[in-house]
Design a protein around this ligand. Sequence first.
Ligand SMILES: NC(=O)c1ccc[n+]([C@@H]2O[C@H](COP(=O)([O-])OP(=O)(O)OC[C@H]3O[C@@H](n4cnc5c(N)ncnc54)[C@H](O)[C@@H]3O)[C@@H](O)[C@H]2O)c1
Length: 299
Amino acid sequence: MAGKRIVFTGGSGKAGRHAVAHLQAKGHKILNVDLKPLDLPGVNTLFADLTKSGQAFNALTSHFGFDGYELGHTPVAPDAVVHFAAIPRVLIEPDDATFAANVASTYNVIEAAMKLGVRKVIVASSETTYGVCFAEGDKDFHSFPLEEDYDIDPMDSYGLSKLCNEKTARAFAMRYGADIYALRIGNVIEPHEYGMFAEFQRKPMMRKRNAWSYVDARDLGEIVHLCLEKDGLGFQVFNAVNDGITVETPTREFLAKYCPDTPITRPLGKFEGPLSNRKAREVLGFKEAHDWRRYVGQK
Ligand SMILES: NC(=O)c1ccc[n+]([C@@H]2O[C@H](COP(=O)([O-])OP(=O)(O)OC[C@H]3O[C@@H](n4cnc5c(N)ncnc54)[C@H](O)[C@@H]3O)[C@@H](O)[C@H]2O)c1
C-alpha cells in the first residue's frame, strides 16, 4: 500500500512519538503538529495551538517540509489526520481548562479536516470514558468485558471531554459521510516501562482503574496504521489495548475473586483483557506484537 500524507497532532507526546515512528516506518509521510518539538529525522513539527480554529485549518494546509516548495503548487490537504494532541489526564491543568482544551481542539481538527475534504480522521479517545479511571472513590464497572457498546459514564472532566469528542466525531462523520475512528486508548506503556508490571502482580487492585489492561505504545502505532488502511466504516469506536489481562491469573478466575458482583456478559478468552480489543482484532485484523509477558523479569 502506497504511503499516505498524514497530519499527526500530538506526535511529540508519550504515545504520539511511537505512533509517528511506526507510521513513518510503514512508508507514510508525516507532519507533526504540536506545541512541543519531536526529535525524529524525516518528520517536521509545526508548532500550532489546536484550540485555535485558524491554526488548525492552517496546520492542515501546510507543506510538510521545505521539499514542498519544489512541487510548484500550494499545499493540499493531507490524505488523513490522526489527532492525539490533548491534555492527557486530570490534575495537569484545572478541570475546566482540560475540558475546554480537549473539546475545542478535537472539534477544530475534525472540522478543519472535513471542510478541507479529508475523509479519514483517527482521534484519541480513552479508557477513562468507561467511567472508573478517574472516578471519585471505588466505582464498579457495569459489566465485563468492556466493549465499544458499553454505556460510558465518566464523572471527571477529562473523561467527559473524551466522551464529548466521540460525539463530535460521530456528528461530523454523519454530516460529511467520512470515516472517523475514535480509539479508546488504554494506559500507554512505553518500552522502558515494563518494570512496573511486577507491582501490578503484587497489588492487583491498583490496576482496577485501568480495568487490568494496557496498550504497548508500539502496538498502538500498529492500531493507528490499521485504521489508516481500513476504509468505509463511517464513525467507529475501537478499544485500543493489548490482548491480555495484566495479571498471571486467568481472567474469569481473577474477576470472580476481585469483582464478584460485576456481571460477565459473554465467554472470555483465558487471559483476555477485561477491557477487550476483540473488535480491533476482528475488524482491523490487529495482532499484538508486544505482550507484556515478553518483557517482565527483564532488566
Ligand atoms: N497516555 C495514556 O495512557 C493515554 C491513555 C488514553 C488516552 N490517551 C490519549 O492519547 C493521546 C496522547 O496521549 P499522551 O500520553 O501521548 O499525552 P502527551 O501529553 O504525552 O502528548 C500530548 C501532546 O499534545 C500536545 N498538545 C497539547 N495541547 C495541544 C494544543 N492545544 N495544540 C497542539 N498540541 C497540543 C502536547 O504538547 C503533547 O506533546 C491524548 O489524546 C490522550 O488523551 C493517553
